[in-house]
Structure formats: structure tokens, C-alpha cells
Design a protein around this ligand. Structure first.
Ligand code: KG4
Ligand code: ZN
Length: 352
């Protein structure tokens, strides 16, 4: 039974998750406090405000997670916290809290890579077996990762500029749809004509599995400026045309990634797991469903509350590591950057 703590962005979260000897999970509690209100006036996440809100609320969120799970803190077997990547002030709050609790309760500490937590979530929710391909699309990341095992990752592609969720947020901002932008753009797009504007599909002709969204975002801005002042119709059509461009880019890339998966792992059943907040987008999910059907691949989208940032995914990643005998020292540090395919992610890593 693991306590998981997540504070790497604008959610203060804690959860109690049990993993049994067969790898089955029970989420005993999963408490998430979003800081949307704190940041609303600024049109985006302000790191210093985020860190302060984590300080204010984390103790209470942990207490609530224990209460809802009907346990005392001392009942847990280990304490897991996101140690990066993320906004370092917030990561420090969660990691330091975890260290203090681990020291006071004499429990093992697990310093979790946030991306690993997203990557392993589908094993908690759907019992997915290794290996699988993960598409992580959130406000901070857009990447394809081959997940071979706990700690064993190969990054096949990433974004060379904006993350996909970030592109949604920026487009929403320039269409004055508010923050977070993804859901607002999706809602507007439903009423718009996706064929009115032919926005660029960046990098699509190249074989690499990388993304680029800044050129698309610029094209959207130029179009909006050319039409200003925008009517409701214009806003809806721009949103719909932007979303159509993104859905096409994501589905072409997913097809290429699945082709590579089948070529490199011919014995494995092709599986695509989607993680991150953008997984909530129905147009993108529909495009991925089509791609997977055509490729004979299984598409796994965990419940959306577990795709966005939460404590249960951190607890689960901790549980998977703990089951393999991993524990971290109190000298681990908060890391703003921490790619998944570094050697120190490996379960048997003992320093360089
Ligand atoms: O995973 P997440 O909750 O937080 C991190 O960034 O780690 O993802 C949030 C991102 C935001 O950029 C938000 O605009 C985007 O996911 N998002 C969406 C949708 N819902 C959330 N993007 C497109 N369509 C949506 N329905
Ligand atoms: Zn995340």
C-alpha cells in the first residue's frame, strides 16, 4: 500500500493505492485539488503561485487521502512522490514532504519520474502487459515512448517546440476562450467547419516521429489577425480547422509509430496507450481509434481523471518499483528536466 504525492504542475494531489502480488490494483483514494482559480487571472500557470498553493494545501490533501482510504499514515508500506520533471518549486514541495514523512514514519521513499507515472497508469487501470507504445499528450509533453518494462523506456519522438496541450492553450488564448484551452477549443470546434481553413500540418512529410506545433499556432494567429474582429462563426471555424490539423498530425504519427512497433517487436501484440490531458479530446481519440483499427492494434485510454495529473498514478509507479525492490535515498533532488530514457531510470541502476 503506497501513498503517492503529485505536485509537479498545478494540481496538488495525493492518493492511496494498493498493488497485490498479482499486479492488481485498488485505488483506495485519489484526491486532486486543481489550482485553476489561483492562475485564472494570469491566463496560465504561474510557477511561484503554484508552489505556494502546494505548500498551503498538500498536508490537507494527504490527510484527506488517508481519511478516504480509511487508513492511518503509518499503515502505508512506502511513500512515493513526483521528483520531476516539472516546475521545480512545486516538485520540491512534494518531494520534501515525502522525505519528511518517510523519515518520521521510517518508511522507504520512492522518487518518481512523472512521465513514468503517466506511462504505467494503463497497467493500473487496464492491466496492460509490456511492451506497449505510449503517446503522452499533455500541457507539458508530446511524445511517443516504447514502454518495455518498469524503468525501461525508449523515446521514439517528441515535440521540437510546443506541447500539444500547450498549443491548444495558446490557440484558446488568442481566440479569447480562456484557460485551460483544450476543452474550450474542443467545444467551439464542434460548432465550426473544419474545412474552412487549411492550416499547415508541420513535419508531416518527414519520416521522424517528432511533433512541431509552433508553426501551426502561428498560422492560426495570422488567420485570426487577418479576419479581426472575429465573429462567433470565425472563432468556431478556426477552432475546428486547428483541431482537424492536429488530429491529422497525431493520427499520421501514430500510424508511423505503430508501423515501427510492428517492425521492431514482431512477436508483440501492438498496443497504443494514450496518456495526458489531451487524451480527453474526442476528435483526437476518434482519429486514434481509426488508426488502431486499421493497424490491428489495441487502443487503451485510461479513464480521463487518471490521464490528467493525479496522485494515484504516482502511487502506482511507486508500487511497481517497490515490488521490484527499488527505494531511493534521501539525497534525491527535485529535477526540472528528467527524460524517461536516462540510464538512472533503470531498476538496477547503481550510479554511473
Ligand atoms: O495532463 P494534464 O492535465 O496536465 C499536464 O500538462 O501535465 O494536461 C493538461 C492539458 C492542457 O494543456 C489542456 O488544455 C489539455 O491538456 N486538454 C485538452 C483537452 N482537455 C485538456 N486538450 C484538447 N482537448 C481537450 N478536451
Ligand atoms: Zn502530467
Amino acid at each position: 500500500m503506497i501513498l503517492g504525492i503529485e505536485t509537479s504542475c498545478d494540481e496538488t494531489a495525493a492518493a492511496i493505492v494498493v498493488r497485490d502480488q498479482f499486479g492488481q490494483s485498488v485505488i483506495r483514494s485519489n484526491v486532486v485539488r486543481s489550482q485553476l482559480d489561483e492562475h485564472a487571472a494570469f491566463g496560465g500557470v504561474v510557477p511561484e503561485l503554484a508552489a505556494r498553493a502546494h505548500v498551503t494545501f498538500l498536508d490537507h490533501i494527504i490527510a484527506q487521502a488517508c481519511r478516504e482510504a480509511n487508513i492511518a499514515l503509518g499503515d502505508v508500506d512506502a511513500i512515493a512522490a513526483t521528483a520531476g520533471p516539472g516546475l521545480v518549486g512545486g516538485v520540491l514541495v512534494g518531494l520534501t514532504t515525502a522525505k519528511a514523512l518517510a523519515a518520521a514514519l521510517d518508511k522507504p521513499l520512492l522518487a518518481i519520474n512523472h512521465l513514468e507515472a503517466h506511462a504505467l497508469t494503463a497497467r493500473m487501470t487496464n492491466g496492460v502487459q509490456f511492451p506497449y507504445l505510449m503517446l503522452l499528450v499533455s500541457g507539458g509533453h508530446s511524445q511517443f515512448v516504447l514502454v518495455r518494462g518498469v524503468g525501461d523506456y525508449e523515446r521514439w519522438g517528441t515535440t521540437i517546440d510546443d506541447a500539444l496541450g500547450e498549443a491548444f492553450d495558446k490557440v484558446a488564448k488568442l481566440l479569447t476562450l480562456g484557460h485551460p484551452g483544450g476543452p474550450a477549443v474542443e467545444a467551439m470546434a464542434k460548432q465550426g467547419d473544419p474545412r474552412r481553413f487549411k492550416f499547415p500540418r508541420p513535419l508531416l512529410r518527414e519520416a521522424r516521429l517528432d511533433f512541431s506545433f509552433s508553426g501551426l499556432k502561428t498560422a492560426v494567429r495570422l488567420q485570426a489577425e487577418a479576419l479581426a474582429p472575429l465573429s462567433d462563426r470565425d472563432v468556431a471555424d478556426i477552432a475546428a480547422s486547428f483541431q482537424a490539423a492536429v488530429a491529422e498530425v497525431v493520427s499520421v504519427r501514430a500510424r508511423q509509430a505503430l508501423d515501427r512497433f510492428k517492425a521492431e517487436l514482431p512477436a508483440a501484440a501492438p498496443q497504443l496507450v494514450v496518456a495526458g490531458g489531451v487524451a480527453a479530446n474526442r476528435a483526437i481519440a476518434a482519429a486514434l481509434t481509426t488508426v488502431c483499427n486499421k493497424a490491428g492494434a489495441t487502443l487503451i485510454v485510461p479513464p480521463i481523471a487518471l490521464c490528467t495529473d493525479n496522485g494515484a498514478m504516482v502511487a502506482w509507479a511507486g508500487a511497481e518499483r517497490f515490488a521490484l525492490g527499488v527505494a531511493d535515498g534521501f539525497d534525491v533532488t527535485a529535477r526540472p528536466r528528467w527524460p524517461l530514457d536516462l540510464p538512472d531510470m533503470k531498476v538496477n541502476y547503481h550510479g554511473s
